[in-house]
Design a protein around this ligand. Structure first.
Ligand code: BDR
Ligand code: CA
Length: 303
């Protein structure tokens, strides 16, 4: 089967970087055709640098990197994560990037690439600002997007940023609301599943035993980021694209709270007939993973 062509929208971020390493390690299955960056875990400048540092590490300077939104739609500045270190890559020793950024804003790139592909798969593991802007700029865009795989949200469990909301949706709840309202088929890998997709000592040992520069960087990220947050949030989204049969899902109608205060970014998931109230599901919420198999897929990709 041909590799799945997809655009990766992200905010690297140590776990976004690990997600890139996982995807780039499986060119037989996944073809990352562009990277669009959004401020999130750290500011936009380190994010676009980190995306390029990772691509250069993998010798994939052929993949264009676009810079995107520097702030959420309705807030003058985002909320940074303390999990990823000040550079966003857990103090990585990777050199500064030398590859240039691609011309144009990420939101325009999403629209242009989707239209030229005809049907584009998107994987998004940061705040959804770029995708929301693209949808606002190009109202017919949903016709050109086959599906979006999203890491974000917490449907049936507490948040990690407020008691009710997960980081990516809490940073830009309005963007998340726009994307979930778009009628594009969405698979949501939120904290419900990513809290099961954890790094273990055994997994770190297996990665350390692999003798190549990509695996060495992965081990650094797994050790330093994993000490603060053992959940491999963003790699779980890539793993879903690689092997969906490892996961359990529930169909739901998801809307996102744009209230101010602690409910901002909360996932409101209607699952039962009564709560659906005549609406069709707009999302597959991923609720479980075979964690051992997930770790195996990750380690194999680094080999
Ligand atoms: C999400 O927030 C970020 O800190 C991670 O990169 C991940 O995308 C987890 O809540
Ligand atoms: Ca992320």
């Amino acid at each position: 089967m041909a590799a799945l062509r997809f655009l990766y929208d992200c905010d690297p971020g140590a776990d976004d970087a690990l997600a890139m390493l996982l995807a780039l390690g499986r060119p037989d299955a996944l073809d990352m055709i562009a990277v669009t960056c959004v401020a999130g875990n750290v500011g936009l400048e380190p994010v676009v640098n980190n995306a390029r540092r990772i691509l250069e590490l993998c010798g994939r300077q052929d993949i264009p990197v676009y810079s995107g939104a520097a702030r959420p739609i309705m807030a003058s500045r985002g909320r940074l994560s303390i999990m990823h270190g000040s550079d966003g890559l857990a103090g990585s020793t990777l050199p500064k990037p030398t590859m240039p950024l691609a011309d144009g804003h990420a939101a325009n790139a999403v629209s242009r690439i989707a239209r030229s592909e005809g049907k584009l798969h998107i994987c998004a593991t940061g705040p959804l600002t770029n995708l929301a802007l693209a949808l606002l700029l190009d109202p017919d865009l949903p016709d050109f997007i086959s599906a979006i795989t999203i890491m974000g949200g917490a449907a049936f469990c507490p948040g990690n940023t407020t008691p009710l909301a997960e980081f990516n949706f809490a940073v830009d709840p309005h963007a998340a609301a726009i994307v979930f309202d778009s009628c594009i088929p969405i698979t949501m890998l939120g904290l419900d599943v990513t809290r099961q997709a954890t790094v273990t000592e055994d997994m770190i040992g297996q990665v350390q035993a692999i003798d190549n520069p990509v695996a060495r960087e992965a081990a650094h990220l797994l050790i330093n980021y994993g000490a603060k947050d053992p959940c491999l949030h963003d790699p779980a989204a890539i793993a879903w694209m690689l092997k969906p049969e490892m996961f359990d899902t529930k169909q739901a109608h998801v809307s996102i709270s744009t209230d101010s205060g602690p409910a901002a970014g909360q996932v409101i998931a209607a699952v039962s007939e009564r709560h659906l109230d005549g609406r069709s599901p707009n999302c597959a919420i991923v609720t479980g993973v075979d964690a051992e198999e997930f770790r195996r897929v990750f380690v194999d990709a680094l080999n």
